[in-house]
Design a protein around this ligand. Structure first.
Ligand SMILES: Nc1nc2c(ncn2[C@@H]2O[C@H](COP(=O)(O)OP(=O)(O)OP(=O)(O)O)[C@@H](O)[C@H]2O)c(=O)[nH]1
Ligand SMILES: [Mg+2]
Length: 585
């Protein structure tokens, strides 16, 4: 199958074009360095199936960061049939140099000037036909985000695949290229993003910037919570109703044990986790707004000075924020860092980011034990503690992992997400949940069910079951934190995936929906709940996270540290909180 590669500098819209051409849902965001790995998808072009490959952004082919290495290794190891070189249409002069490096005899190249809409808004005009003639390579103006020019681009690709285009003019040297650009691209004397400048005067204000940032984050959490809670309640209600009206009658004839496994194990466990999915999607849409508008880059800028006191930098902060979604892509995102010390330190702190799987646990416990009014504040306090533990960790380890790379970040103009991008993003999150459900959650809840129901004869979930024995074995370590044996079992499974924590509570209590919330509220008070949440927040990240750390760091010792340190810190944090709070309340 023929192969087409998308090449360009970071943040030029490669992934957006990739999604546009293939209907895939690669992650897109207004942040340079979002794609750090190869993505490929098949697509039908002119009656032929071809592979389209989305590469991480590169500044030049001699780049030194791990994400650039992914791109250059791909280009040197694979045969590429057509190279689409993406340039930001409003920065052609700065980006054209890359074309000179990529073009080589025999390689058909198409220059794609993306973000034509932005260039037009800035008053930039490109005589792209003339430019194409002068440099001997086809040039196409597109707007990947809005779809303009994409048909034309597809036609060009088909022609290139059939050898109908001049392939790889051998003499594309950068001087000639720059001269051609000067002749054919006209930029008005003051091409500025007026709206961006206006907004940044407020949002990047020297002393108001940071408070505004935290206020925006808080408002976002509040909005997600207020919008999402009723939806989640509705889901929980529907899941309970489906069980009692349809499933129970349908399975009535099955043997009790099998029925227990299917209903109290699988259905309760997965149903309870699933009821949080709409809320999590809302949360991701909120994060996507912040990411896609370009505000994330501002956050990096605002936090850089503060972060550098802790041995990190603005990019590390952005990775921590990305970790609020899922730690795995955030860990991979550290590939843009050139300094090994900085990269390792950032990888050590990312697992402290309150990811969406932990968010489910917290939403559940907050709903069970705190009044609705207090809920957003309690949740926000956990986010702040998440950042604080990350800072504490980096403070303690910064001498071990020293940052040797100066921080340079280009701040992109504000861009507003389209409905299409939002829908793709929401869909991506649903798929993510389903993947984790098939990989971990199902097996986890079945396993918990076995532990809480065997040996037969013991009261399900009671002290004589296997789970009961494990729980009481660990009790001397966990009871000083106010964490009882049942919660301890849930935490053990949380090692695998944090989603299982809630799923396994549903199984352990053999309840779901409102009944489960009530059962837990009956068993523990808010101090215990908060201590449990603190432990869940900090302790060892899930299996996927550990595997990613192992893969990215390629060091067993570092991976061990990344598992052991959070576990120890979690214990101490919960212990201190619980012992102090017990004295006070
Ligand atoms: N206005 C406008 N914005 C665009 C266009 N194409 C992409 N964008 C936006 O530009 C930003 C970057 O897009 P991505 O597709 O993530 O860029 P990328 O080249 O894959 O970036 P890296 O993966 O970091 O190398 C996102 O906010 C997109 O929504 C376009 O044609 N017009
Ligand atoms: Mg990308």
């Amino acid at each position: 199958m023929k192969r087409i590669a998308l090449i360009g500098m970071p943040n030029t819209g490669k992934s957006t074009l990739f999604n546009r051409l293939t209907g895939a849902h690669a992650k897109v965001g207004n942040w340079p360095g979002l794609t750090v790995d190869l993505l490929s998808a098949k697509l039908l072009l002119g009656g032929e199936m071809v592979h389209l490959v989305d590469l991480p952004g590169i500044h030049d082919l001699r780049g030194h960061s791990s994400d650039e290495a992914v791109a250059t290794a791909f280009l040197s190891q694979h045969i590429v049939d057509v190279a689409l070189v993406l340039l930001n249409a409003s920065q052609i002069e700065r980006q054209i140099g890359l074309l000179a490096q990529i073009a080589r005899p025999g390689l058909p190249v198409i220059v794609v000037l993306n973000m034509a809409d932005e260039a037009a808004a800035l008053g930039i005009t490109v005589a792209h036909q003339k430019l194409a003639e002068q440099i001997g390579v086809p040039v196409c103006m597109v707007s990947a985000k809005y779809g303009q020019g994409v048909d034309q681009l597809q036609k060009l690709i088909v022609e290139a695949l059939h050898g109908k285009l001049p392939s790889g003019a051998p003499t594309l040297d950068s001087n000639a290229l720059e001269a051609a650009v000067r002749q054919n691209v006209s930029v008005p004397a003051r091409a500025s993003h007026a709206l961006t400048e206006k907004m940044d005067r407020v949002l990047l204000h020297p002393w108001a910037g940071l408070p505004i940032f935290f206020a925006i984050m808080f408002l976002m959490f509040e909005a997600v919570f207020n919008l999402g809670k009723p939806i989640q309640d509705g889901m929980a209600w529907a899941i309970t109703a489906f069980r009692s009206t349809a499933l129970e009658p349908a399975l009535a004839a099955l043997p009790a044990l099998l029925k227990g496994l299917l209903l109290d194990g699988l259905y309760n466990g997965i149903g309870t986790v699933a009821s949080f999915v709409p809320l999590i999607i809302l949360f991701f849409l909120g994060m996507a707004m912040i990411e896609d508008t370009g505000y994330l880059s501002r956050a990096a800028f605002l936090m850089d000075a503060l972060m550098s006191r802790f041995g990190l930098d603005g990019r590390s902060f952005v990775m921590i924020l990305m970790g609020f979604g899922c730690n795995v892509p955030a860990l991979m995102g550290t590939r843009v860092m050139r300094s090994r010390g900085l990269r390792f330190l950032t990888m050590l702190v990312i697992p402290m980011s309150l990811c969406s799987a932990r968010l489910q646990v917290f939403l559940f416990f907050i709903a069970a034990l705190f009044p609705t009014r207090a809920a957003p504040l309690v949740l926000f306090s956990l986010y702040l503690i998440s950042i604080a533990t990350a800072m504490l960790t980096s403070q303690l380890f910064k001498r071990r992992f020293v940052n040797s790379d100066p921080f340079v970040l280009e701040i992109p103009p504000y861009r507003f997400p389209t409905l299409r991008q939002m829908v793709l993003r929401g869909w991506h999150e649903v798929m993510h949940f389903l993947r984790r459900a098939t990989r971990f959650i199902t097996a986890g809840v079945v396993f918990v069910w076995l532990l809480t129901n065997f040996p037969t004869g013991a009261a399900p979930g009671g002290a004589d079951t296997l789970a009961g024995h494990i729980g009481s074995f660990l009790d001397p370590v966990m009871s000083p934190l106010g964490i009882d044996p049942k919660l301890t079992i849930a935490l053990i499974f949380g090692f695998v995936a944090k989603e299982i924590v809630i799923g396994s509570l549903a199984v352990i209590y053999a309840q779901e929906g409102q009944a489960l919330t009530a059962a837990i509220a009956h068993q523990i008070d808010w101090v215990q709940a908060y201590s449990f949440m603190l432990f869940t927040l900090v302790y060892t990240p899930c299996l996927s996270t550990i595997a990613t750390i192992r893969n990215e760091a390629k060091s067993a010792i570092f991976s061990l540290l990344a598992v052991a340190w959070p576990l120890a810190l979690a214990w101490v944090t919960s212990f201190v909180f619980y012992q102090v709070a017990r004295q006070l309340f």
